[in-house]
Ligand binder design. Structure first.
Ligand code: HEM
Length: 477
């Protein structure tokens, strides 16, 4: 193993963790000053809406509705946070990269890592140009058969069991197995790769608070193991031989401008960007279909609506509810000027339920086809893996409507949601338990035992909104 390269990787991680402390402290003081001066901002609307409040994380939609009834921009003095919620303004904010930077991270905790999402122009343009060839239509077409096989295998396995956890058996393995494939990881290494990937997905939560230390140690162990793996594979040339994202990236990079370290961080970022997001999309899609049997029936009758239904799912329950920016210049929107230095939350999940843009926004309407939703962001950081995620969800939905009569959720005991699939043409069914997960945003509050319960998902809401275990002081919006 190349010690120099490992030292570089560790120093990158140490810088990221160190910057969490120094940048956040400095930012806190700066934001405080900006917050104090916010009192003089004309037309400013303060709010107690707190994206870190666990009740809001569990079900943000009532709070979004109240935010959306009010101003275009709100300010939470306690969090020193500027909140943009309406469709037009969120879209404009995502596109205002000259004023709103991602360089201090896009989650609550500020950190910087050498990855495309947390890089501003002009460096971002170079990275994006290098990454794009790995995600062309041609590349996607090559992955289509693998996606269809995975969907058939995993949905088939669900149907064949008496009892299964739909998240663990389908929504979690589908994206990570696909990413292993597109990175060129051979089948025999897939199990190790999945284990390390699962450790790495909390990378956005690096920190030094006691509850973060264990997760941080796991993240670092996962990155360490992946680094060892990728270095060996890249050095031996094995990962660069095949036709995969890394080999394409390497081949199209301008001579000498991409290093093995950059390739490594790109691979790690794809793992983080494409895993939990797609898991959330697949899981919440099952939930929407279970809770809206008429829409599932419609899709069985008219499978040509499958792409539309996936767009509607991304709008209806956006896998990333919101990402942060830091104002590097003053930025004016909705009649409010956000000061330089401010931390700004772009609420994609709220924008996608803005009644100014989508009539009846709280209704899941499989035929709506809202292809302009902000579930994948907008502007220079628009999701690079959007087409891939769409293909995955469409393949799963196609497999479901072809083989499963209806999807339904019941509670066998309090806190243990169960999914029951009625397969067709046989009467085979499987109950799928998912009680080991924490609630995601937008899935409703826990309901009385014996009634239909939502499937609960892994911790994206925390990584999407940012971690903060401090108990909220106020709850109302
Ligand atoms: C349902 C699944 C997914 C959702 C909802 C999602 C959502 C997003 C969002 C909202 C952004 C923009 C963030 C911002 O503007 O701050 C983003 C960026 C990104 N996503 Fe995804 N994503 C998904 C799946 C994937 C997959 C499967 C991959 C690749 C394997 C991927 C790779 C990326 C990359 C590379 C960026 C950064 C692009 C840039 O900075 O230029 N995503 N994603």
């Amino acid at each position: 193993m190349d010690t120099l390269s490992r030292a570089r990787m560790l120093s990158t991680l140490a810088r990221a963790t160190g910057s969490v402390v120094s940048v956040n402290t400095a930012a806190y003081l700066h934001a405080r000053r900006a917050g104090q001066s916010s009192g003089s901002v004309r037309g400013l609307h303060t709010t107690s809406f707190d994206p870190l409040d666990s009740a809001i994380v569990a079900d943000p939609y009532p709070a979004y509705a109240r935010l959306l009834e009010g101003a275009a921009v709100h300010y939470n003095p306690r969090r020193q946070l500027w909140i943009v919620c309406r469709y037009d303004e969120v879209k404009a904010a995502a596109r205002a990269d000259d004023a709103l930077s991602t360089a201090q991270g896009v989650t609550r905790m500020r950190f910087s890592l050498p990855i495309i999402l947390t890089t501003d122009r002009p460096e971002h343009t170079r990275m994006r140009r290098q990454a794009l060839p790995g995600f062309t239509r041609g590349a996607l077409d090559k992955w289509r058969p693998r996606i269809a096989d995975l969907a058939a295998e995993l949905v088939g396995a669900l149907r064949s069991r008496d009892s299964a956890d739909a998240v663990a058996a389908l929504a979690v393995p589908m994206p990570v197995r696909l990413i292993a494939h597109i990175l060129g990881v051979p089948a025999e290494d897939e199990a190790d790769f999945r284990r390390w990937s699962n450790q790495v997905v909390n990378v956005a939560d690096l920190g030094i608070r006691p509850e973060q230390l264990k997760r941080s140690a796991e993240v670092i162990a996962g990155i360490w193991a992946l680094h060892g793996y990728f270095r060996t594979q890249l050095q031996s040339g094995r990962l660069l031989e095949g036709d995969n994202v890394l080999s394409t990236l390497n081949a199209t990079a301008e001579a000498g401008t991409i290093t093995a370290d950059e390739l490594f961080w790109f691979a790690v970022f794809l793992l983080v960007a494409g895993n939990e997001t797609t898991t959330n999309l697949l899981s919440t899609m099952l939930l929407s279909l279970a809770e809206n049997p008429d829409q599932y029936e419609l899709l069985r009758e008219r499978p040509e609506l499958i792409p539309s239904a996936v767009e509607e799912q991304l709008r209806f329950c956006s896998p990333i509810q919101g990402f942060y920016r830091t104002a590097i210049n003053e930025w004016t929107t909705g009649g409010v000027t956000i000061p330089a230095g401010a931390r700004v939350l772009l609420l994609f999940g709220a924008a996608n339920r803005d009644p100014r843009h989508y009539p009846e926004p709280h209704r899941f309407n499989a035929a709506r086809n809202p292809s302009d939703h902000l579930g994948f962001g907008s502007g220079i950081h628009l999701c690079l893996g959007a087409a891939l995620a769409r293909m995955e969800a469409q393949a799963v939905l196609r497999e479901l409507v072809n083989t499963v009569k209806h999807i339904d959720w019941t509670a066998t005991q309090p806190g243990a949601p169960t999914a029951r699939y009625a397969a067709s043409p046989s009467s085979q069914s499987a109950s799928c338990q998912a009680d080991r997960y924490t609630a995601p945003p937008g899935l409703g509050q826990a309901r009385a035992p014996g009634t239909t319960l939502p499937l609960q998902l892994p911790g994206l809401p925390h990584s999407a909104f940012g971690q903060d275990r401090e108990p909220p002081r106020d709850r109302a919006v």
